[in-house]
Design a protein around this ligand. Sequence first.
Ligand code: URA
Length: 448
Amino acid sequence: MSSSRKFNMVSLIRKKREKQELSTEEIRYLIEQYTLDQIPDYQMSALLMAIYLNGLNDRESSDLTHSMLHSGVVVNLNHIPGIKVDKHSTGGVGDKLSLILAPIVAACGVPVPMISGRGLGHSGGTLDKLESIPGFNVNLDLDTYARVLEKHQLVLIGQTEDIAPADKRMYALRDVTATVECIPLIAGSIMSKKLAEGIDALVLDIKCGSGAFMKTESRAIELAERLVSIGEHFGKQTVGYITNMDQPLGRTVGNWLEVRESIESLQGKGPQDVMEVTLMLAGTMIWLGGKASSVEEGIEKSKESIRNGSAFQKFIDITAEQGGDIRYLQDPSLYPKASQTVEVTSDRDGFIGDVDSYEIGMTAVELGAGRMRKEDVIDPVAGIEFIKKHGESVKKGETIALIHTNNTGIATDSAKRVLSAIEIVSNKPHEIKMITHRIDKFGVHPIV
Ligand code: URA
């Protein structure tokens, strides 16, 4: 870190306020000095808002990512054979796909170095799910990270202090200055962390819908294009998919409930929506990792790894390696139950229509599955289980969902909240298209 203090922060803010481009040197200065604590939060906040309002072009966006990436350690995994591929999701409700696809892809011979995040607002996080397995340690240092990857072709950890520290500070500031939902800032934040992991290729799951940060298809595509262009700019093959987040994924929302559903999925009993997206992402990772000649062949290999048990065995092996108690994976019925289970029942005959996934996510947070404040402790058994899903018929008085919680005071209110988030319609609704677009360096391709 060495850029001199030749720039004046006020003039950088003014420049962006006036919709002008920031130079590579200016962006480098900004990120270096902010990471060194030489730029106060009030000036950074003003600049972030100017970026939020006036954007960054592709060049500025790549420069921002580059500076954020180099604010910390960039892991080198070149000594480990194979093309290392990771996946990133922009976050959703019931999104347990990483837990299923990472063991599948590793079982197919592609090394998966995965650095994941915690729950954020209404959306869950892979780390919180993994930590619901007693003993599972996601806090490995970077040497252990590389060693475990080499041994198992898989490693699952959380962001360390030395990976993209600029992002950590900027994200916390964006969170309290209403500048989170900004495509170039989201892209810089995601890609600086992913590029620091030591990957060679990346698959992106860009969620779109009521439970996603991107609510519309056009915004989701815009974000995907920016992410793919940054990945390719840094020499990493990057493929993105726009996937549906208008209903929670699968039948469970909540940390242990989602691990349980992931185990079932790895044993060949996964819900259709979860498996459709998982197989597309896993197949693409296996293809990018050079272990299949096409995505379709990658999908076939993924299915085979489920059929022959190697994917589930990989999940058991990595859990044991990272200190987790595998007895709960082998027999999930051993896991402690929530003290209260409340039924959500239908008040009429019909079909399950739209589900407000954001509301479902926030209800799960309130039940203890996520955090309202940073210091809140997660209750691993808290969550919501859907007995009925989109398009399924329901009779008046029938159970639609179950609320699992140890917070007995709120269970009944949460059940009402869940019921009002689920639309019951008289006619069977159209099937939801789970994957709508593929985005790669050649452009945007609608999936037919
Ligand atoms: N996830 C991230 O890592 N960063 C963002 O800015 C938004 C979602």
